[in-house]
Design a protein around this ligand. Structure first.
Ligand code: NCD
Length: 306
């Protein structure tokens, strides 16, 4: 059976720490890795839109000396003819050495993995999980703070449908002394199953609020998210909730000097462009980190050491 990464808990904490160390080494000396995956092929199968995740996977594989194939729209594959995800994956696993897939249905990568002879990486499944964004987030936090424990993190925005939030809460619940502040409209609270599994069962403290400004002074990290338009059942609700939180330079006046602001991107309007100039904005660094940690993950799943 190949090793798949469907959920962030498919990696142990030690493995995550090793991936971060490898990513740091890649950043320090990229030339050392430029032929690591020579003659290996990565397939990126995106049944849902993407910019960063797909391109960072592809850039990662190309920077390792490998090559890439795949599709960025379900309509350009045989899915449009009625082929099942299982048959598509079975086919691609005959050609590629490793597959990164994104799908609008929760659980699709898990189902797909049953038909694959090569490792499957979940690059986002519906409103469920997004483990490689979490690796990106963890590398970014580690680079910004020098640690993955002992801090207060605020998650703000669409915590209900935001898959990156679900995976990151899960991942951080395995590190020590983290205080979780969950900031969202009442309708977009963190799903009960995530709270139960990641926080309540482990006795990890958290607070829930609708008010970003009242909690901003206590935060070491602020993880902003987009309201996930494509997961809403009706447009009216989306329109009512989409502008719930807009981070501006004014709102940051009471925040810590040492705050780090993260966002998985894409942003719509929840962070004003003026915040990009604030030294606390870490989201463009986060975009770069996404490539390096994916390089580390691809090598690990292919069993390649440099
Ligand atoms: C996120 C996603 O696809 O879940 N984007 C990403 O992969 N960086 C966040 C989002 O779409 O809001």
């Amino acid at each position: 059976m190949p090793r798949n990464i469907i959920d962030i808990v498919d990696l142990t904490v030690d493995e995550i720490n090793e991936l971060i160390a490898t990513a740091e080494d890649i950043i320090a000396d990229p030339v050392k890795y430029q032929n690591a995956c020579a003659h290996k092929q990565l397939a990126t199968l995106f049944f849902e839109p993407s910019t960063r995740t797909r391109l960072s996977f592809e850039s990662a594989m190309l920077s390792l000396g490998g090559s890439v194939l795949g599709f960025s729209e379900a309509n350009s594959s045989s899915t449009a003819k009625g082929e099942t995800v299982g048959d598509t994956i079975h086919t691609v696993s005959c050609y590629a050495d490793i597959i990164a897939m994104r799908h609008p249905k929760e659980g699709a990568p898990y189902a797909a993995a049953q038909f694959s002879e090569v490792p499957i990486i979940n690059a986002g499944d519906g409103g469920h999980n997004h483990p490689t964004q979490t690796l990106t987030d963890l590398l970014t936090i580690h680079r910004e703070k020098g640690r993955l424990d002992n801090f207060t993190i605020g998650f703000c925005g669409d915590l209900k449908f935001g898959r990156t939030v679900h995976s990151l809460v899960n991942a951080l619940s395995r590190y020590g002394n983290i205080n979780f502040v969950l900031i969202s409209p009442l309708e977009l609270k963190l799903p009960r199953y995530v709270k139960e599994e990641a926080l309540k069962k482990k006795g990890i403290p958290y607070t829930q609020t609708t008010d970003l400004e009242s909690v901003i002074p206590q935060l070491d990290i602020l993880y902003m998210t987009r309201v996930q338009k494509e997961r809403f059942f009706n447009e009216e609700d989306y329109l009512r909730l989409k502008d719930s939180y807009i981070l501006t330079p004014e709102k940051l006046t009471n925040a810590k000097e040492s705050l780090s602001i993260l966002h998985p991107l894409p942003r719509v309007n929840e962070i004003s462009v003026a915040v990009d100039r604030d030294p606390r904005a870490a989201y463009w660094k986060q975009v770069k980190n996404g490539k390096f940690i994916r390089m580390a993950l691809i090598m690990k799943l292919l069993g390649i050491q440099v």
